[in-house]
Design a binder for this molecule. Sequence first.
Ligand SMILES: NC(=O)c1ccc[n+]([C@@H]2O[C@H](COP(=O)([O-])OP(=O)(O)OC[C@H]3O[C@@H](n4cnc5c(N)ncnc54)[C@H](OP(=O)(O)O)[C@@H]3O)[C@@H](O)[C@H]2O)c1
Length: 278
Amino acid sequence: MTDSSYLTSHDGLTLPAVGFGTYQLKGEAGVGSILDAIDVGYRLLDSAFNYENEGTVGEAVRRTGVPREELIVTSKLPGRHHAYELATQSIAESVFRTGLGYLDLHLIHWPNPKVGKYMEAWRAMIDAREAGLVRHIGVCNFEPEHLETLMAETGVLPSVNQIEVHPYFPNLEAIAWNRDHGIITEGWSPLGRGTQLLQEPVIVGIAERLGSDPAAVVLAWHRAHGVLPLPKSGNRERQLANLATSLVLSDDDLTQIATLARPDGRTTGQDPLTWEEF
Ligand SMILES: NC(=O)c1ccc[n+]([C@@H]2O[C@H](COP(=O)([O-])OP(=O)(O)OC[C@H]3O[C@@H](n4cnc5c(N)ncnc54)[C@H](OP(=O)(O)O)[C@@H]3O)[C@@H](O)[C@H]2O)c1
């Protein structure tokens, strides 16, 4: 990596330092919010089959004046479609829903290890990439043991692993594993869903000292750990604030923020080793 505003994976996928989360952005209002996000500068859009908004994202991409090739449109394969044939159909359906002809990045949404079919899903993803339906493939919520299995059985590692990351749940071991294997870590719920995290005295204190705002401090913490955060906001001003990437934290700031980590820090308690999402 030579430019701190971009991250590059082992297979040459280059992504911007911040992406845009779209969970709950749907319909005409959702298109408007996504158009605002593109207008203020976001180029990576994160969607999912299960968010039921691939059509909304696709519509915004068609309406914006930003050239298609400058945008990275992401979606995700749901757990109920892991079996190979279902996965193959599901990926095509996601592409149809966007109306864009291809996806830039498609991710397996959850490993669902108790079901044990994520290898079938991964083979369908590899084949969809070869068929040109998706340009790059990756996963979400995969622990190192799941990634080892992908590697052992197919020799293909994901370009991206999108996992829960925020100061309450830093997930540093998973980030390090991804980094050591050239996998870009995207951070979901990077602002801890905009709840108590942004009122934490540690975060507010650093923001006041730096003349910044709490969300910007949290997103600078992500960058300091080499994570690409995906903040969601339906509000243009907050979208813009979340995109400001110039703030740099000191080692002392990072040490203070590290005190917020806690064993039960996941926002919704979804442990990928046991969580089943269909
Ligand atoms: N792969 C997965 O399993 C997975 C799971 C969860 C999420 N995700 C992805 O990650 C994205 C982000 O996660 P998330 O939506 O759960 O949570 P988030 O981005 O951590 O937080 C979003 C919340 O924070 C508020 N917010 C945004 N910017 C703010 C700011 N500058 N100041 C104060 N509040 C602010 C938003 O409200 P306003 O909209 O009113 O600004 C919204 O309520 C999702 O949209 C989705 O794309 C993936």
